[in-house]
Design a protein around this ligand. Structure first.
Ligand SMILES: Nc1nc2c(ncn2[C@@H]2O[C@H](COP(=O)(O)OP(=O)(O)OP(=O)(O)O)[C@@H](O)[C@H]2O)c(=O)[nH]1
Ligand SMILES: [Mg+2]
Length: 239
């Protein structure tokens, strides 16, 4: 499968990721991607500088911390404005393997899918260093997602995915809503893509865990933020 880099932008949300963001940007294979867009979500460290030095084509800075969903939204808007056809999202904390981008981009270029979600739990995926609690939570979530959406899902919370940017023109997919600013936006997009009948495919990918104290997620508050999109949409409380 030939992937045309001129049609692909990578969006990387980043908040205080010095020491990691440069690695992420440097590892993006340039034979696949012509534009890396890093959205610095008002970091207090040198995230933006490190991204620029590592070769990110665009570094956009939020003037206040708005959340990962808002950062992704900003990056996607820039990718669309610049005329890219496909976007891949990679997390800025170096948990994904950018050389696995062909896995998520391939089915898009083959015309077989509109959104490709990376799954750490499909055969061929990997989770080096995963803490036990994270294992069970990320296993439980897709069961709930599947119950709510009716569609098969093995990993709904994995931040490596790629899709056709024209999805964002669909009036049913309303990424602009304020309530999606933090951890809600990613499951929202996946759920709406499924619900609107887009061809959604999962592919196995690696998610790396760097050790204690690296996550910024707070179990209850952020767990609820990840859960509420599927609940709200299922119950018709939000659109
Ligand atoms: N937590 C957090 N991350 C943000 C924010 N803005 C941008 N990000 C970036 O969003 C990405 C994902 O955030 P994480 O908190 O690591 O979430 P995750 O990777 O899904 O979950 P973990 O497995 O716990 O690391 C990282 O690259 C962050 O730097 C923010 O306001 N809060
Ligand atoms: Mg992370």
């Amino acid at each position: 499968m030939t992937i045309d880099p001129a049609r692909v932008a990578v969006v990387v949300p980043a908040w205080n990721e010095v020491g990691k963001i440069g690695e992420v940007v440097r590892k993006v294979p340039r034979r696949l991607v012509s534009c890396v867009i890093v959205v610095d979500d008002c970091s207090s460290d040198g995230t933006a500088d490190e991204a620029r030095t590592a070769g990110a084509e665009r570094v956009i800075r939020h003037e206040r911390n708005r959340g990962v969903g808002a950062a992704i939204r900003t990056g996607l808007a820039e990718a669309k404005r610049a005329g890219y056809e496909f976007a891949a999202i990679l997390s800025g904390d170096d948990q994904h393997e950018p050389d696995e981008l062909p896995r998520v981009l391939g089915p898009l270029f083959a015309g077989e899918a509109d959104l490709v979600q990376g799954s750490r739990w499909l055969p061929g995926g990997a989770t080096p260093g995963i803490p036990p609690a994270r294992r069970w939570l990320t296993r439980l979530y897709p069961i709930l997602f599947q119950l709510a959406s009716g569609a098969p899902c093995t990993d709904g919370t994995n931040g490596l995915r790629a899709f056709r940017l024209s999805l964002l023109d669909d009036p049913r997919i309303r990424l602009g809503q304020d309530w999606l600013d933090r951890y809600e936006l990613e499951p929202y997009l996946l759920y709406q893509a499924v619900r609107c009948g887009y061809r959604v495919r999962e592919v196995p990918v690696t998610v790396r865990y760097h050790g204690r104290g690296t996550t910024k997620m707070r179990l209850l508050q952020d767990g609820w933020r990840i859960l509420r999109p599927i609940l709200y949409l299922r119950l018709g409380l939000k659109q």
